[in-house]
Design a protein around this ligand. Structure first.
Ligand code: PNS
Length: 165
């Protein structure tokens, strides 16, 4: 059985991530989707518990996908969950440089290898940072994120009751 770990910030999860997980669920026996802290991205909008709750809602239809969250090195999580590989999505060449460097670092410190999967070109512009920005400024992201994520984002950033501006 091949189990893979798909780590990310997921702040929040968007349709590019959903596509990756659905693809991986068809390729591997088990997929563990994990929300982690990206130290280079600052505090973030949602805390890890909120990000994982959204991951749970988005992937409950996939029997071989489970979700978790972790505050630490991704390679330690890979070992904890018994992952054979880490998987990462590539949207464009611009992703490749930093992803290659992380893959090489992770291999150097633990031996775990990273497999890259391409994102469909129609979703290659999706980025959580831009989605947050569009919602904050009143734009429509309903084609870009699952419905529970849209509602949560608009509640937090839009004019809804949960909004904090
Ligand atoms: O969605 P992102 O922000 O591209 O995901 C990056 C993430 C969270 C996978 C990466 O920052 C990470 O692995 N963080 C955990 C800390 C860690 O292991 N750092 C060393 C990476 S070489």
């Amino acid at each position: 059985m091949t189990r893979v770990l798909y780590p990310g910030s997921f702040d929040p999860v968007h349709n590019g991530h959903v596509e990756m997980v659905e693809t991986a669920a068809g390729l591997f026996e088990e997929v563990v989707v994990a929300a982690l802290i990206n130290p280079s991205k600052g505090g973030g909008l949602f805390d890890l518990e909120e990000r994982m709750a959204l991951l749970d809602e988005c992937f409950e239809h996939l029997a071989n996908v489970r979700t978790t969250m972790f505050d630490g090195l991704v390679v330690n999580l890979a070992s904890e969950v018994g992952a054979d590989f880490i998987i990462k999505g590539l949207r464009a060449v611009s992703d490749f440089e930093s992803e290659l460097q992380m893959a090489q670092m992770n291999a150097a410190i633990s031996g775990v290898q990273t497999l890259f999967l391409p994102t469909a070109s129609r979703r290659s512009f999706l980025a959580s940072r831009l989605i947050r920005e569009v919602v904050r400024l009143g734009g429509d992201v309903s084609d870009m994120v699952p419905e529970p994520v849209r509602l949560r984002l608009e509640g937090r950033l839009g004019s809804g009751p949960e909004s904090n501006g």
